[in-house]
Design a protein around this ligand. Structure first.
Ligand code: ADP
Ligand code: MG
Length: 446
């Protein structure tokens, strides 16, 4: 096979690896690699430096080979080759990670894709989005600190970078650092007796963006150091923006003094986006890649991936790469095929729809689907409706809000209640359990 297909196969493999490898590892080791050639069962992957070659060889070789075998259905021996040409043209953010303190004087590079314009706002992230914009436009005077929290892959880093872009454009001194990097630098500074330099670096900025602060909790000396940095910056009206997986009050082991300071400004949570927002994000990502993806394919992918935007994007990449690889049109069927192998991560059967479940439940209770969607509240109908909610939640990736919609426009709290109730009742009642198992057997995708 020629070189063109090596790159295509590798892109498909990356789509998959992006889902399997955690984010920092993916960014550091895989993001900047390319497929160079594929001949005689040898697959050559171009990497930016020997460091990466060694790391990949020792740690990710077998996963990569397995992934390639899955895609090519042939045995493949992987070779990592330093590709300097590629390194020159790569300008991905992330190359700064792990680089010693002294070489980091140049201004930070923010991921060009992480801007306010490319961020899709919806109910789940609106406060964080507008607050981040406020901070970028009026640093030190709007909310200080801005504390954004939310689960992984929901856009926290994206917002910090977006602030960074605006700050750079208005010629401010801005520093972006993950709490992990802050910790390493602090430890290095102590070992190399460069604490003065470390201090100056952090205390001379207009805006400090610190990502994943929960990393420092429980690390007393680092917390102490960050506490002083925080105070100096805050006293001087310099802006601080922080992200974390939890709100300050729920970060275990966090120093009390830091916790109270984090609560001085604005705390904005990001929730998992609803279906419409996920769809809008996915559409934006497809446009960003310059690939025309039809609405039905976007919807299919959106249904497959419920919470995490990174995973959603990984699925999109995989579908695009797969369609290219097999030279097929991007249809929902091709998307289903492309995502089939990651079914073990997402055990839900994409062919099982709420309508099928509602039908099976109605049959079992000798009711009709319109009964379940109606306002009827007699005991039997109410129970059947709750069972339907429970099973849709179990068997599909529909969100609580969507499930409520499917069952006569009920709100998500009704679904939550039904789910909890049935889950409890199943344990208490063998006959209900039996009934539900029977229904499950009778849900047959067409
Ligand atoms: P986190 O830092 O919260 O783990 P990231 O900021 O790394 O998440 O986001 C993961 C991916 O999802 C990124 O590619 C980001 O651009 C994308 N993303 C998340 N939320 C949005 C959004 N609302 N609009 C556009 N892209 C988003
Ligand atoms: Mg992040």
């Amino acid at each position: 096979m020629g070189d063109r297909s090596a790159q295509e196969i590798w892109e498909a493999a990356l789509g998959e690896l992006q889902i399997q490898v955690n984010k920092p590892n993916y960014r550091t080791w895989l993001e900047k690699t390319i497929g160079l050639s594929y001949q005689d069962n040898q697959f050559v992957i171009g990497v930016p430096n020997t460091f990466a070659a060694e790391y990949l060889d020792q740690n990710l070789r077998s996963l990569i080979e397995k992934t390639l075998v899955g895609l090519t259905h042939c045995d493949a021996e992987v070779l990592f080759q330093v590709d300097t040409h590629h390194q020159d043209t790569s300008h991905s953010y992330g190359s700064r990670e792990g680089i010693p303190l002294a070489t980091q004087a140049s201004p930070p590079r923010f991921n060009p894709k992480y801007t306010f314009d490319s961020f899709v706002a919806g109910d789940s992230n609106h406060l964080a989005y507008t607050a981040a914009q406020g901070v970028a436009e009026n640093p030190g005077h709007s909310h200080n600190p801005l504390f954004i929290y939310g689960e992984v892959g929901l856009g926290k880093t994206h917002l910090l970078h977006a602030i960074g872009h605006v700050a750079l454009a208005s010629h401010m001194q801005v520093l972006y650092v993950s709490a992990e990097q802050f910790t390493h630098e602090f430890i290095n500074a102590i070992q190399q007796r460069k604490t003065e330099e470390f201090r100056n670096k952090y205390r001379s900025v207009d805006i400090l963006l610190i990502d994943d602060i929960h990393f420092i909790s429980g690390k007393e000396h680092t917390e102490e150091s960050f506490f002083h940095t925080f105070n100096e910056l805050h006293n001087a009206n310099r802006q601080i923006a922080i992200t974390s997986n939890h709100p300050p009050k729920s970060i275990p082991l966090l120093d009390e003094r830091l916790r109270s300071r984090f609560e001085w400004g604005l705390i904005a949570g990001i929730q998992s986006p609803d279906f419409e927002t996920r769809l809008a994000i996915l559409r934006a990502k497809a446009e960003e890649k310059g690939v025309a993806v039809t609405q039905d394919v976007l919807e299919f992918i959106t249904h497959r991936s419920q919470h995490n935007i990174r995973e959603l994007e990984g699925c999109l990449n995989r579908v695009i790469a797969y369609a290219k690889l097999v030279r097929a049109l991007l249809t929902p069927e091709i998307a289903a095929k492309a995502l089939e192998d990651i079914a073990d991560k997402e055990p839900k059967n994409a062919l099982i729809t709420p309508s099928l479940i509602i039908e099976a439940v109605a049959n079992s209770f000798q009711l009709t689907p319109p009964d379940l969607r109606s306002r009827k509240r007699d005991k039997e109908t109410a129970l059947a409706r709750q069972v339907a909610m429970y099973l849709i939640k179990q068997e599909t990736n529909y969100s609580l809000a969507q499930i409520g919609k499917e069952l006569g426009d009920r709100d998500h709290s009704t679904v939550t209640h039904a789910y909890g109730k049935i889950a409890g009742d199943i344990d208490a009642s063998p006959s209900l359990k039996r009934k539900i198992l029977d229904i499950q057997q009778n849900i047959s995708p067409r």
